[in-house]
Design a protein around this ligand. Structure first.
Ligand code: GDP
Length: 527
């Protein structure tokens, strides 16, 4: 197969959702279709159970599981599909944000009874920022759900994207009849005896006016479906794939993941419309996947929690060319040539050593502590991929050394954990103290635990009241200097020496934005 053919057949994506919407269930059904797994239950939910947030074993277990299922690759109808898993717990949202930098599209799962939830909105913000094409799957139609038109309006409004239903449900809950596939013009019937089987029965209905329809789903629901589809065609423009690829339009499917209902339709449409690996921006130029020379970037680093083997796996997303085992590549940041004798690929639950990988693929590289998130590998060109930002943290604590004899260990531990992207480090301009900023509170426990177990260091937390950290920049040097002078007590620098404003409250942030018009406030580290 040529490089271009390998690229064209690849689909690299993530399933994202608010916890409990059905991400794990849907992922598992997709893998079942791909023949990657054969029994349900093979994909473990990687979420930390409620109330277990201080249970370190649970954290460890979660990390262990998520390494195994970080990337799930399988073949389906000649396509190579790579599903990137994302952590279930909200406190690990930044991991999810970063994973989104390595995908070419996403499927968003929404609970049909609950509609759009907080985490869905945040994840969509990241997709919007990166113009990632999204398909929406409205799940749990076997339960009483909101009215489909209300749901579509809610998705459009809350996720700020135009929608286009490609299937339409007939009722929900106890009276759920099935889903009409607008794209294929056929009806898939949901009947109680089919709840447990993989294949629901599908009937071709080329003409919705046909009395056959009334036989299948009763007069009442047939009438409803006719009205609904008429309304759909009246209200929504025809599906425009280019608008989807530009991330302006989200096709919407309805179904029930746990019943494996509507999943096949979703997958078949997905492989048809979802993008193959897309060009990737760097600081200097755009890299096209079909370029002969290999390029890729590290978007995730996973530590081994075993203190005796402090090795890590760096996840490399291939952006162009062919990755080869035992071939020298340039690690751009250090300027060193490196080769990898046992790069791994991930097929469902299995990890195996591979000889080649192509754009869209994720390769696991063994790392002894040299890599950082965002590191670029090439065949010699000094490229730096962009679009792999840190996100403004929302939780903050001072970190102090609790064991004066272990100062070095602590410094090294903090350094490496920050490279892994566990949290962000800021240094206060006021007193030089170190502040750790995270997206979720659980991260502090993870850091403390890992510092103790992997680095033999002890830390202590002290409270600091900060609402949000944002990066600031201005062309007006005078105003910037004035701002930094006045806000001296709230200023810090990040690891790269950039100015960061630590706003005490949302009011203080709004006021600062109001009073210092020439200063730009950024909520991601790339601007
Ligand atoms: P995640 O947190 O998004 O990964 O959600 P899970 O896949 O773990 O699902 C959360 C719960 O919803 C589980 O108990 C699932 O069995 C259940 N669930 C998933 N899909 C459906 C569905 O289509 N209908 C119903 N009734 N329950 C579902």
């Amino acid at each position: 197969m040529t490089l271009q053919e390998e690229i064209t057949r690849r689909r690299t994506f993530a399933v994202i959702a608010h916890p409990d919407a059905g991400k794990t269930t849907l992922t598992e059904k997709l893998l079942l279709f791909g023949g990657a797994i054969h029994v349900a239950g093979a994909v473990k939910s990687n979420k930390i159970k409620k109330g277990a947030t201080s249970d370190f074993m649970e954290i460890e277990r979660q990390r262990g599981i998520s390494v195994a299922t970080s990337v799930m690759g399988f073949e389906y109808q000649g396509r190579k599909i790579n599903i990137l898993d994302t952590p279930g717990h909200e406190d690990f949202a930044e991991d999810t944000y970063r994973t989104l930098t390595a995908v070419d599209s996403v499927i968003i799962v929404i609970d049909g009874a609950k509609g759009v939830e907080s985490q869905t909105r945040k994840l969509m913000d990241v997709c919007r920022m990166r113009q990632t094409p999204v398909i929406v799957f409205v799940n749990k139609l076997d339960r009483p759900c909101k009215d489909p038109f209300d749901l579509l309006d809610e998705i459009e409004k809350e996720l700020r994207i135009r929608v286009r239903p490609l299937s339409f449900p007939i009722s929900s809950g106890d009276t759920f009849k099935g889903v009409y596939n607008i794209y294929e013009k056929n009806l898939t019937l949901f009947t109680s005896d089919e709840r447990q089987t993989a294949d629901a029965s599908t009937v071709e209905i080329n003409d919705l006016a046909s009395p056959e329809l009334d036989e299948y789903i009763s007069e009442r629901y047939a009438k409803q479906l006719r009205e609904d589809t008429e309304l759909v065609e009246g209200v929504y423009d025809a599906f425009d794939r280019d608008a989807y690829l530009r991330a302006e339009l989200a096709p919407v499917f309805f179904g029930s993941a746990v019943n494996n209902f509507g999943v096949k339709e979703l997958l078949e449409c997905f492989i048809r419309i979802a993008p193959s690996p897309r060009p990737a921006p760097t600081e200097t130029r755009i890299v096209e996947p079909a370029e002969e020379k290999m390029t890729g970037f590290v978007f995730k680093i996973h530590a081994n929690m075993d203190p005796n083997h402090r090795d890590r796996i760096a996840f490399l997303k291939i952006c162009s060319g062919t990755f080869e085992r035992n071939k020298n590549f340039l690690h751009v940041r250090s300027g060193k040539q490196m080769k990898f004798s046992s790069p791994t690929a991930f097929m469902a639950e299995k990890k195996s050593i591979i000889d080649f990988a192509y754009p869209g693929d994720i390769v696991g590289l063994h790392d002894t502590g040299n890599f950082k998130i965002g590191d670029t590998f090439t065949e010699g060109e000094k490229l730096k991929f962009t679009g792999i930002p840190s996100f403004a943290p929302e939780q903050f604590r001072y970190i102090e050394n609790a064991d004066p004899l272990k100062f070095k260990q602590l410094a090294k531990g903090i350094d490496q954990l920050m490279d892994e992207g566990v949290a962000q480090l800021f240094t206060s301009s006021l007193n030089g103290r170190k502040i750790i900023g995270t997206v979720g509170a659980l991260q502090f426990e993870v850091i403390e635990y890992r510092l103790a177990h992997e680095y033999n260091a002890a830390c202590r937390w002290e409270p600091i009241s900060i609402y949000k950290a944002c990066w600031i920049e201005s062309d007006n040097a005078e105003q910037l200097a004035d701002f930094k002078r006045r806000k001296h007590t709230n200023m810090a620098i990040d690891k790269h020496g950039r100015d960061v404003f630590l706003a005490d409250t949302s009011y203080a942030l709004a006021l600062a934005q109001e009073n210092f018009k020439d200063i730009r406030f950024y909520f991601t580290s790339e601007f």
